[in-house]
Design a protein around this ligand. Sequence first.
Ligand SMILES: Cc1cc2nc3c(=O)[nH]c(=O)nc-3n(C[C@H](O)[C@H](O)[C@H](O)COP(=O)(O)OP(=O)(O)OC[C@H]3O[C@@H](n4cnc5c(N)ncnc54)[C@H](O)[C@@H]3O)c2cc1C
Length: 450
Amino acid sequence: MTPPLPPGEILILGSGVFGLSTALALTQRPAFKSSKITVVDRSIFPAPDGSSIDTSRIIRPDYASPPYAHLASTAQSLWRTPSSPFSTAYTESGLVLVANTNSSGLPYVRDSFANVKALLPNPGDVEELRGRRAIEKEVGTGGGSGDWGYVNRRSGWADAEAGMRILRGMVEETGRVTFLTRTVTSLIYSSTTSTSTSTPSTSPRVLGAKFADGTSISADLVIAALGAWTPSLIDLRGRAQATGQVLCYLPLSAREQEELNSMPVLLNMSTGMFIIPPRNRVLKVACHGYGYSNPVSISIPTPEPEASRKVSVSIPRTATDDPNLWVPEEGERECRRALREMIPALADRPFTKSKICWYTDTPDGDFLITYHPSYSGLFLATGGSGHGYKFLPVIGEKIVDTIEGNCPEEFKNKWAWREEAVENVVTEDGSRGGKPGMVLDVEMGKGSKL
Ligand SMILES: Cc1cc2nc3c(=O)[nH]c(=O)nc-3n(C[C@H](O)[C@H](O)[C@H](O)COP(=O)(O)OP(=O)(O)OC[C@H]3O[C@@H](n4cnc5c(N)ncnc54)[C@H](O)[C@@H]3O)c2cc1C
C-alpha cells in the first residue's frame, strides 16, 4: 500500500545488498532529497552472518528466466567496467555451467545457454561443452562435473565483502544516511483508520520499529530488508522462508592458489555443488540447494500483540548464535564429493572452516519487492532466494522504482505479494540441487561419522 510520497522519514531495516543499495538509490533521487534516511542493522558493518558478506559470490547473467538474465547482464556490465566503483571487487574468470544427463537441472542450463548466447553474440564468449571431457578441458583442474553444459567466458565472481564495503562507502559519502546498530524486535503498528492517503483506509499502518534496547524510531515508510530474518519479524509464511546452505572452506598453499587462479567458476545445476576460484589462499566449496529449514516455534509480532500466537517459522541459526556451529555431516559429505570430483588433487584436504549461510527462499525463486498488502507504510525488499548478490549495482534502483509505483513491467508479477500462500516454501526455479525437505536439527542429530 503506497504511502504519500516522498516520505519525510524512511527507516531501512537491514544493511545487506537489498537495504544498502536501496539507501544509495534513495539518496540519488531528487524526489527523496528532503527525506531523512536511517539504516538499522543488528551487527556492526560488515555483519558477520549476513548473506551479503562472504569470500565470494558468482556474478552471472546465466539465468533460465529472460528478465533475470537481462537485469543480471546490466549489473554485470557495472561489475566489469573499469571505471565502475565495483570493478575492483570483480574477477572475470568465466563460468562453466553444467548439468547431469536426464536430471532436473538440465532444462535450466539449456535455457540459460540460449539466453546468454543471445545476450553475448561474440564468438568465443559462450561455447557449448559436449560431454565430460570438454568440461574438464575447460575447467583445467584435472577434474570437472556434469555431462553437458557450456562456458560463459564473460561471467565471473566478486569478493562479496569487498563489494559490500564499496557500496557502504558510497552510501556514507552521500552524507545523507544515518546508520544505527540496533536489533529490531518488532515493527510499530497503528490499528487506527488512516486518512493520510486520498482514499481513507482501515488497514493498520506501520509507524516505525522497536529495538532490543527499549528504544524505537518512527518513520513514514519502513523498508524491511532483513534478509533471512525478515520472516521472523513479519508473517511471510507460505511466501518466503529461511533455508540454510552449506559452505566448507580449505586452506591452500601459495602455489595451489596460483595454479587455481585461472580456473573458471564451476557450477553443477543438477547437484547444486559449486566451486569459485580461491581468494587469499582459501578455497570454498558450496551448495546451491534446497537447503535446511530450521523450524522454531515463535510469536511473530502483529498489530494486535494480545492476539498473537506461536507459529512454526524457519529462522537462521548462524555462528553468531552458536560459535561452534559446523555444517551437518550430510552437507560436508556433499562438499567433499564435489571437491574430489572438481579438483581431484585436493580430494582429501581437510576442511578447516564451515558455515551455514541463509537464503531467503520464495516458492519460485523470485524476489519479494513490494508494498505489504495489509500494512500501509511497510515495504518489503527481500526474497533473495540465493541469487540476489550479483544485482548489487542495480537492485536498489529497481526497489526505489517499485516504491515509487514503477516496478519494471517484466517483474511486476514476479516481485509482487503472492495472493495464495503455498503449504511449504520449496524453491522450484529449476536451479536447486540436493534433497528437498531437510531439517537442520534432524541432520545435525545424525552426528558426524566423517
Ligand atoms: C551461501 C550463499 C551463497 C550465495 N551465492 C550467491 C551467488 O553466488 N551469487 C548471487 O548473486 N547471490 C548469491 N547468494 C544470495 C545473496 O547473497 C543474497 O540474495 C543477498 O546477499 C541477500 O541480501 P539481503 O540484503 O537480503 O540479506 P542480508 O545480507 O542477510 O542482510 C540482512 C541484514 O539484516 C540484519 N538483521 C537481521 N536481523 C536483524 C534484526 N532483528 N535487527 C536488525 N538487523 C537485523 C542482518 O545483520 C543483515 O545484515 C548467496 C547466498 C548465500 C547464503
